[in-house]
Design a protein around this ligand. Structure first.
Ligand code: T3D
Length: 259
């Protein structure tokens, strides 16, 4: 069975990490196959949103530490980040369609970064996330600092990295790290419902909004406004914008196509 499983359920593509015995830890082939799966979902116009989740008791717990051996050199870490983890992060951040991380269980290391790189997070009531990097004396990678700073601010970020607390669902919601908490028995159905709602958005324009949102933190206001005007011209050129205006005039609910 493949380490990354994908299944189309209507307009939603479910992507599942499938190494439950190792808490879905990443071996390098798995990252490659996740990038390929996301890239083909990006090209499939029937798919309008993504759910990323894990099989078994974990969402994802970062690098498989059993792959790190005596022959692993410090520079191998750099290479691994540059050739695997960073391309995966960029694929997610540049993805036009909404991605929901469905955090079903333990989430650690790069797995936490991936959850935060998704556009939305829903969390099972008994799940948790932890940075865990400091426990093995590594700096946080896969953009975790960047993502945490954006979501919770610099002060809290350093504590989450330094002390690696287990952040349960209630705490994650309070910190603004997740958007919804669902009970175990409704987790899949509620996640599906959430992702279906997102799939009905004008998803191409959602992708533009997502880039604007991210750049709001790193551009000066002057540069941001230039980018905003550029994005608005691109949004105005979409079929969905025309559809939205027509539906408004006809006093109907718009049906968007993601084009
Ligand atoms: O190459 C590079 O460039 C470096 C890139 C690094 C990216 C990273 O993500 S580094 C960070 C890697 N992740 C971690 O350090 C997390 C390590 N795991 C943990 O801290 C804990 O296991 C958890 C907090 C995730 C879960 O704790 P707990 O008590 O609920 O369960 P457990 O018993 O520790 O783990 C359950 C099983 O999963 C266990 O296997 P076993 O003994 O039942 O056969 C454990 O070994 C396995 N597991 C958990 N994490 C990993 C793992 N196996 C391999 N790699 C893991 N990361």
């Amino acid at each position: 069975m493949s380490e990354v499983i994908s299944e189309k359920r209507g307009t939603v593509c479910w992507i599942e990490f499938n190494r439950p015995d190792s808490f879905n830890a990443f071996i390098s082939t798995m990252i490659k196959s996740l990038i390929e799966t996301l890239s083909s979902a990006a090209k499939d116009s029937d798919i309008r949103s993504i759910v990323l989740t894990g099989r078994g008791r974990a969402f994802q717990v970062g690098q498989d530490l059993s792959e790190i051996g005596e022959n692993t050199r410090p520079d191998d870490y750099r290479t691994m980040l540059e050739t695997r983890y960073h391309p995966l992060l960029q694929t997610m951040l540049n993805f036009n369609k909404p991605i929901v991380a469905a955090i079903n269980g333990a989430t650690a290391g790069a797995g936490m970064a991936l959850a935060l790189a998704a556009d939305f997070r829903v969390m099972r009531e008994d799940a948790y996330m932890t940075s865990a990097f400091m426990n093995i004396a590594l700096v946080p990678d896969t953009g975790l600092f960047y993502l945490l700073n954006h979501l919770v601010g610099a002060g809290k970020t350093l504590e989450i990295i330094a002390l690696s607390p287990r952040i349960d669902a209630e705490k994650a919601l309070e910190l603004g790290l997740v958007h919804r908490i669902f009970a175990e028995e409704h987790f899949e159905r509620e996640t599906e419902h959430f992702a279906e709602q997102l799939a009905m958005l004008p998803t191409k324009v959602f992708g533009m909004s997502k880039r604007l949102w991210r750049h709001a933190q790193d551009l000066t206001l002057d540069r941001f406004l230039v980018y905003e005007a550029e994005m608005q011209a691109a949004a105005a050129a979409t079929e969905d914008h025309r559809q939205g205006i027509e539906a408004f005039r006809a006093k109907k609910k718009p049906i968007f196509s993601g084009r």
